[in-house]
Design a protein around this ligand. Structure first.
Ligand code: NAD
Length: 339
């Protein structure tokens, strides 16, 4: 079995590659990644010498390059993680989000049609459903919830999801889609909430929280997401969407306070910054379908996962310090000032 994993030098894609190489030692995994600011080859250094692994630097929008790779590798399955993934950056400049997230997805699926595969899996997000009100804790996103996006990021992901379903209906492409809640864990790029707060705490820097920090997110440990995708590509029904979530809703402010507590830092580091434009209030996934059909359940409790994650960032300072000292510093200063 040969699997092309796009975006495998990013956060979830790299964790998925580690999971697959361990869970399926007879599989060949090809990582296709453009290595944008969010892709980091050093993340993959532990698997670079694995004979079942190959890294290819390539843009998913590069049709000739993608077709050439399919001709060389004859993949059975394609799992598409490659995306521009940061909401704030999509508000600054939506164009690259449309290019990679929508056009790139169509190029990959055209290659799948041309060369034949047994499964194309699109890694999507709960953000395609928009948000839920804070005062209705009884409401959850199901697979039937209409797409109702708020940001250029989520709109580009929803556009890709629609295209994936269209390729299934029109061309019979054997597709599946997973829509997952917020992930956390090792190798998470330090512009996202949890790693940003851990890194700033460790450097005694202010902890910038949007507005009052009352927005609620449903957090899932990345390994649980990777197991879900492994199950879907092997046992999920073609043409279906599966929601993946941990039933672990937390307010942003509570996450930040918890990180301060775990690292023994004062909450006075917290600074409230102007809220994100169009900021979604609450995301909450109903994962009943994947549980009933595929037997998936999250295995890592948040209390354990956050401890593991903090420990990882403490033990891998070189990984994130290199990132925050580079081009990312300019972006950070633009967003939050140089504090
Ligand atoms: P990430 O930003 O950490 O990684 C994205 C990777 O894609 C990077 O390695 C980058 O170099 C690569 N990439 C970007 N543009 C590319 C292109 N044109 N061609 C090839 N490679 C390209 O993202 P992530 O957090 O790991 O998210 C992965 C996927 O999961 C995304 O599709 C995202 O929408 C989805 N998702 C993320 C979360 C989350 O909490 N992080 C939750 C649900 C779904």
């Amino acid at each position: 079995m040969t699997i092309i994993v796009t975006g495998g030098a990013g956060f979830i894609g790299s964790n998925f590659i580690f999971h697959m190489l361990e869970a399926h030692p007879d599989y060949r995994i090809i990582c296709l990644d453009k290595l944008t600011y969010a892709g980091n080859l050093s993340t993959l250094k532990s698997v670079m010498d694995n004979p079942n692994f190959r890294f290819v630097k390539l843009d998913i929008c590069d049709r000739d390059g993608v077709y050439k790779l399919f001709e060389e590798e004859h993949p059975d399955i394609v799992v598409n993680f490659a995306a521009e993934s940061h909401v704030d950056r999509s508000i600054e400049d939506p164009s690259i989000f449309l290019q990679t997230n929508i056009i790139g997805t169509s190029v990959l699926m055209d290659a799948c049609r041309k060369y034949g595969i047994t499964r194309y899996h699109q890694v999507s997000t709960d953000e395609v459903y928009g948000d839920l009100p804070l005062d209705r804790p009884d409401l959850f996103f199901t697979e039937e919830t209409p797409l109702h996006t708020s940001s250029p990021y989520s709109s580009s992901k929803a556009g890709a999801d629609l295209l994936v379903m269209a390729y299934h209906r029109t061309f019979g492409l054997p597709v599946t889609i997973s829509r997952c809640s917020n992930n956390y864990g090792p190798y998470h790029f330090p512009e996202k909430l949890i790693p940003l707060m851990i890194a700033n705490c460790l450097n005694d820097k202010p902890l910038p929280v949007y507005g009052e920090g009352l927005n609620v997110r449903d957090w899932l440990y990345v390994e649980d997401h990777c197991r879900a995708i492994d199950l879907i590509i092997h046992k999920g029904r073609v043409g279906e969407v599966y929601n993946v979530g941990g039933h672990n809703e937390m307010r942003n402010i509570d996450i930040v306070k918890l990180i301060c507590k775990e690292l023994g830092k004062p909450e006075s580091l917290i600074t409230h910054v102007t809220d994100r434009k169009g900021h979604d209030m609450r995301y909450a996934i109903d994962p009943t379908k994947i549980h009933n059909e595929l037997g998936w359940l999250p295995e890592t409790k948040f209390a354990d996962g956050i401890k593991k994650t903090i420990k990882w960032y403490l033990e891998h300072r070189d990984w994130w310090e290199e990132i925050i000292s580079g081009e990312y510093q300019n972006y950070y200063e633009k967003m939050y000032g140089d504090g």
